[in-house]
Each structure stands twice: as C-alpha cells, then as structure tokens.
Ligand binder design. Structure first.
Ligand SMILES: *[C@@H]1O[C@H](CO)[C@@H](O)[C@H](O)[C@H]1NC(C)=O
Ligand SMILES: *[C@@H]1O[C@H](CO)[C@@H](O)[C@H](O)[C@H]1NC(C)=O
Ligand SMILES: *[C@@H]1O[C@H](CO)[C@@H](O)[C@H](O)[C@H]1NC(C)=O
Ligand SMILES: [Cu+2]
Length: 165
C-alpha cells in the first residue's frame, strides 16, 4: 500500500472513531392529539402523544443528539419537559412554558434539539404547562455506550415502570 493511501486509510479510521464517540442523532415525532382512553370501564377523551397513553418511549445512547418534533393538533398550548436531562447550552430545549420557551400553539410545531451527555438510566418526559402532564408523559431511556458494562450484573430483561402520584 502506498504511503499516501496508508495515511488516507488511517485518517478515515480516525474520523470514523471520532464520529462514533460523538454519538448519532435520533429523531422522533410527537403528534399531540385527542384520543379516547378506557381505564377501569370508563372512557375519557384525553390529550395524548401519538394517541398513546402513556406516551411513546424515547431511547437514546449516552452521547446522542435527540431531535423531537412536537406538532400540536389540540386546542391547548403545549410544551414538553425532559425530566432530569441536563441541558448543556440548549436551555431552550428544556420545556417549561414561559420560562425557556413560549408554548407551542394549536397548529404549530417545535423541534426540541439537545444532546445527552454524562447521563444514563431511565428518566421521563412530561408536559410542562397547565395540568397537561396528567396525560402527557412517557419514559426516556438512556442506554450505556457500546461495550460499557452495567454497574451491576446484566439484567435478564428490562421493563420501564412509571409511578404517577
Ligand atoms: C371519542 O368518542 C366520542 C364518542 O363516541 C366520539 O364522538 C369521538 O370522535 C371520539 N374521539 C376520538 C379522538 O376518537
Ligand atoms: C397560548 O399561548 C399564547 C402565547 O403565549 C397566549 O397568548 C394564549 O393566551 C395561550 N392560550 C391559552 C388557552 O392559554
Ligand atoms: C440542532 O442543534 C445543533 C447544535 O446547535 C445544530 O447544529 C443543528 O442544526 C440543530 N438541528 C436542528 C434540526 O434544529
Ligand atoms: Cu419533571
């Protein structure tokens, strides 16, 4: 292999490894919609994400960037907060209405854009305006980087459980 080609290959491998350390981008779409939900024989019309209650799982690996596009199709103003995520230089993605952003109004969209740095485990996301968190919430799971072991023996299975009080 020629010297130049060898340098080119080495540079490419270096760039690839830097890229994998920097993490990937994961995109989600949250459609805020009304949905009839039945629990214990009673049916209620509720504000939901993607017609699911609880809402969808967000899954990321430590170091990833998350892009979550929220489209508001209901008459309420909406914001979503990523509970426990340290927003490093991305405060406008934190979610509290009238504190870090104006609410997403009916028919409008907003892209929450942030990286997950130095954190792992199961957190959750919820609405951060009025009482909408009563039906707008779901798990936010941050996986360990590849080849990083659990700080305990590897579980046989993982099931997210959300306690709402
Ligand atoms: C919920 O149920 C009511 C009554 O059956 C119906 O009028 C309404 O369209 C339903 N809403 C949705 C979002 O399915
Ligand atoms: C929705 O947000 C807008 C902009 O902040 C505000 O003017 C309006 O009063 C809000 N609507 C409701 C129902 O809170
Ligand atoms: C997300 O934020 C990064 C860093 O500020 C920026 O480079 C990128 O363009 C943003 N992406 C979107 C879709 O807003
Ligand atoms: Cu919270």
């Amino acid at each position: 292999m020629g010297g130049f080609l060898r340098i080119l290959v080495a540079t490419t491998l270096l760039l690839l490894s830097v890229y994998s350390v920097a993490g990937t981008t994961r995109s989600y779409e949250f459609n805020i919609q009304l949905q009839n939900v039945t629990r214990l024989c009673h049916t209620r019309s509720m504000v939901t994400v993607n017609r699911k209650f609880p809402g969808p799982h967000i899954v990321a690996t430590e170091g990833d960037r998350l892009l979550i596009k929220v489209n508001n199709h209901v008459s309420n103003n909406i914001t979503i907060h990523w509970h426990g995520i340290r927003q490093l230089r991305s405060g406008w993605a934190d979610g509290p209405a009238y504190i870090t952003q104006c609410p997403i109004q009916t028919g409008q969209s907003y892209v929450y854009n942030y990286t997950v740095v130095g954190q792992r485990g199961t957190l959750f996301w919820h609405a951060h305006i009025s009482w909408l968190r009563a039906s707008l919430y779901g798990p936010l799971i941050i996986l360990l980087k590849l080849n990083v072991p659990y700080p305990f023996s590897k579980p046989y299975k993982e099931v997210p459980i959300i306690f709402v009080v």
